[in-house]
Design a binder for this molecule. Structure first.
Ligand code: TXA
Ligand code: MG
Length: 321
């Protein structure tokens, strides 16, 4: 009889030695290091090619007291953590001095979340402390939602990877900043604004334009190599894809449409339900790269549920680079 070795002890050992471990979460795969070890955290930035002033999310074991990491914990943070953790919500709070600058990009705040994936929770429980982890992709590229995406992303430089299968949500966590008086949504995700407001019993601050503190908030991000064109509707998108094919471009159509695929257009069809679209979006964008497409015409996602987050990522993928 074949027995499988438990991958967790080796992963914990790697983390304790200052090494990197890629692990699954319910949203996307993370590239993790000991959050209290600045040298280990620096290795994440090197491998990703990420600018040092872009802070990382600290992933916590479910039992970790928030006060170990945050110095001021508003009631809303406790309520939201109680309601959504483990889950796809990241809270930005005033940091404790022990959280290294390497993690926070020198900011006085720290982003925290408890991920909802059995392997991640097992890893965190066994490690017994916070794991700093951005998405396990090179800077500016599409987040990985399967272990093979991580392997493809880093090739020979790939870290130890825990394979937890495809991610259930498929888009990065919602980020809510609670470090100021007014709660601010920094990145939309599976936990929607209305749900947050419902639990907090107060409205979110209107989005402020200005210098983004989050790389996901840079206009061009989450992008495949192909130029992405976000169509206003299905009719326009189909026409645009046909026109690109007619001028000889290697074009793909991304979205849920009725009827046949236009001739000469690569099939990047998405399921109709918003949740299902979120789950496979990044896999389709990677497929576009594998097919060597020059242009991807994306149809607008359904304007419900996770559709807000889907539209946000498609807009960023379509932003000028
Ligand atoms: O779902 C997720 O959040 C995934 C999984 C692995 O947990 N992680 C993820 O990490 O998407 P990353 O680094 O790709 O995006 C984290 C975002 C960045 O946009 C970062 O700037 C922001 O969180 N962030 C981290 N610390 C922050 C802070 N103190 N203030 C504001 N934003 C912060
Ligand atoms: Mg990322």
């Amino acid at each position: 009889m074949k027995t499988w070795a438990d991958p967790i002890p080796a992963a914990v050992e790697r983390l304790r030695a200052g090494g990197l471990v890629a692990f699954p979460t319910e949203t996307v795969y993370g590239l993790g290091a000991d959050a209290l070890d600045p040298a280990a955290v620096a290795a994440i930035f090197r491998l990703k090619g990420r600018p040092a002033d872009h802070p990382l999310i600290v992933h916590l074991p479910r039992s970790a007291p928030l006060e170990d990491w945050a110095r001021e914990i508003p009631e809303a943070a406790r309520d939201l953590a109680g309601r959504f953790w483990p889950g796809p919500l990241t809270l930005v709070l005033a940091r404790r001095p022990r959280v290294p600058d390497a993690v926070t990009g020198g900011q006085d705040t720290v982003a925290l979340r408890v991920p909802d994936h059995p392997l991640a929770l097992e890893l965190l429980a066994a490690f017994g402390s916070g794991i700093a982890a951005p998405s396990a992709n090179r800077f500016g590229r599409v987040s990985p939602t399967r272990a093979e995406h991580v392997r493809a992303e880093f090739g020979a430089a790939a870290p130890l990877i825990l394979d937890g299968g495809p991610c259930r949500v498929g888009l990065e966590s919602t980020i809510l900043d609670l470090s100021d008086a007014a709660p601010r949504l920094l990145r939309p995700g599976a936990v929607g604004a209305r749900e947050l407001e419902g639990v907090m019993g107060r409205p979110l601050a209107a989005e402020v334009a200005g210098a983004p503190r989050t790389p996901g908030a840079l206009p061009a991000h989450y992008a495949p190599r192909a130029r992405v064109i976000l169509a206003a509707g299905a009719g326009e998108g189909l026409a645009r894809a046909r026109a690109e094919a007619a001028r000889g471009a290697r074009v793909g159509l991304l979205g849920a449409w009725q009827g046949a695929l236009p001739a000469g257009v690569a099939d990047l069809r998405l399921p109709a339900a918003p949740d299902a679209q979120a789950r496979v979006l990044y896999d389709r964008l990677r497929q576009a790269d594998r097919l060597g497409l020059e242009v991807v015409v994306a149809l607008p996602p359904p304007a419900e549920g996770i559709g807000v987050a889907l539209l946000d990522r498609l807009r960023r993928a379509a932003a000028k680079r």
